[in-house]
Every structure is written in structure tokens, then in C-alpha cells.
Design a binder for this molecule. Structure first.
Ligand SMILES: O=C(O)c1ccccc1NCC(=O)[C@H](O)[C@H](O)COP(=O)(O)O
Length: 221
């Protein structure tokens, strides 16, 4: 599992900013309606991915409700290290995705308010038991992700305390001003951010990426 993932990079300058800030992973977004979308057929996307790989970054492809066959085509063209399923994919289809031979990260999309540990467990467990890493994010409805909304971090901590062996990543509404508090409250050991390191929306800011990584590392000590 990555430690700090900057999701929705689109340019080599974004990759440079991620590397110099010390994050270890980038998300390449293949959901067409997203402002962070990359065309997998474009040579520039494969070049961006190769540039991230050459820079030692872990490349996570973000997909929403795509078939395993289509994801396999993107992997072959672009080159990825892991697949993030961020839609309404079903556990019953997991074998098809697993046959692609890459680590799978499933986005468990939760309501924004207070949650009982049992509720988080009910939504996350089927994926954990089938060897998926999990990323806890806000349920953003048809937008699916990248919404800038936060989860209730205390609820995540209560669930995590009961399942200390589960490795998970925190997403949803993180930015440099709140990531330390989010880590302290939730106990997250991995974080993921998209909109919180952008200004304007959809455009990564090297300053915001840098500040986000500084605050994250200081929270982890
Ligand atoms: O970022 C998107 O536009 C997006 C769209 C559809 C599915 C997933 C998407 N992003 C995936 C991520 O891992 C984001 O970093 C995560 O949802 C958190 O986003 P944000 O709240 O903006 O930090």
C-alpha cells in the first residue's frame, strides 16, 4: 500500500511536484467525466505513466465501473502498478479483475456522518477478505470520487481499532490544513488526496502538494 498518493495528476510538472514533495504514489484517472481524466489511447498518457515510473512512483489507475477487459487494455497501453476500483463494482466480479495480475484497491464509499464500526465493517469486509486493499472515501454519488468532502475520522478510528491488521488508506476532503488532524483522529497510515492539492479545481499546485506532504509527514512523526 502507498503512503501518500496524489491522485489525478495530468502533466509531467505534476509528477515533478509529487517527487520533490516526497509522496510515493500517483493516481491516473480513467473516469471520462472527471476533470482529472486522462485519455488512455493518447501517447501522452503512456509517456506520463512512464515518467512517473522512472521517477520511482507507484502508479495507481483509477477506474469507475469499467470491465476487466477494458482495464486490461488500459494496463497494456499505459502501464500501471495497481488498479483502484472506484465505482459500483461487485465482489462477484472480483475474480475477473484479479486475473489482471495487479494489486487491487477498492474504494469503500461511506456516508459523511458518524458511522458505527459495524457499518464500516459490513461495507469493507467482503473486499478485505478477497485480498483487496481498501481506500475509505466519501460516497460522492454519481461523481464517485474527487469530491472534496470529508469522512468522520473518529468513526474510522473506532472501526480501525477493532481491526488493527487491516491496511487501509484515508481519502476524502484532505488538504494541508486538515491532514494532520485527520491522521491524528483516524490513525490513518496512508492518505490520498485529489482536490485538496489543486488551485483552481483540476489543476495541481506544486505548493499545495508540498505543504500536504510536509503536514502528513509531521503528523506521522
Ligand atoms: O478524482 C476524481 O475526479 C475521481 C473521480 C471518480 C472516481 C474517483 C476519483 N478520484 C479518486 C481518488 O482516489 C481521490 O483522491 C479521492 O476520491 C479523494 O478525492 P478528494 O476528496 O478530492 O481529495
Amino acid at each position: 500500500m502507498f503512503r501518500i498518493k496524489i491522485c489525478g495528476v495530468r502533466f509531467k510538472s505534476d509528477i515533478d511536484a509529487v517527487r520533490s514533495a516526497g509522496a510515493d504514489a500517483v493516481g491516473l484517472n480513467f473516469f471520462p467525466p472527471s476533470v482529472r481524466y486522462l485519455d488512455p489511447a493518447a501517447d501522452a498518457t503512456a509517456e506520463l505513466s512512464a515518467f512517473a515510473h522512472a521517477g520511482g512512483l507507484y502508479r495507481v489507475g483509477v477506474f469507475v465501473n469499467e470491465s476487466a477487459g477494458r482495464i486490461g487494455d488500459v494496463v497494456a497501453k499505459v502501464g500501471l502498478d495497481a488498479i483502484q476500483l472506484h465505482g459500483d463494482e461487485r465482489v462477484s466480479d472480483l475474480a475477473d479483475y484479479q486475473n489482471l495480475g495487479l494489486p487491487l484497491i477498492h474504494a469503500v464509499k461511506l456516508p459523511a456522518g458518524t458511522l458505527a464500526p459495524e457499518e464500516i465493517e459490513r461495507l469493507a469486509r467482503p473486499w478485505i477478505d478477497r485480498d483487496c486493499q481498501i481506500l475509505l472515501d466519501v460516497d460522492a454519488g454519481p461523481q464517485h470520487g474527487g469530491s472534496g468532502q470529508s469522512l468522520d475520522w473518529d468513526s474510522l478510528e473506532r472501526w480501525s481499532a477493532q481491526h488493527a491488521n487491516v491496511r487501509w488508506a484515508l481519502a476524502g476532503g484532505l488538504h494541508s490544513q486538515n491532514v494532520a488532524a485527520a491522521i491524528q483522529a483516524s490513525g490513518a497510515k496512508s492518505v490520498d488526496v485529489a482536490s485538496g492539492v489543486e488551485a483552481p479545481r483540476g489543476q495541481k499546485s506544486s505548493d499545495l502538494i508540498h505543504q500536504f506532504c510536509v503536514q502528513t509527514r509531521s503528523a506521522w512523526g
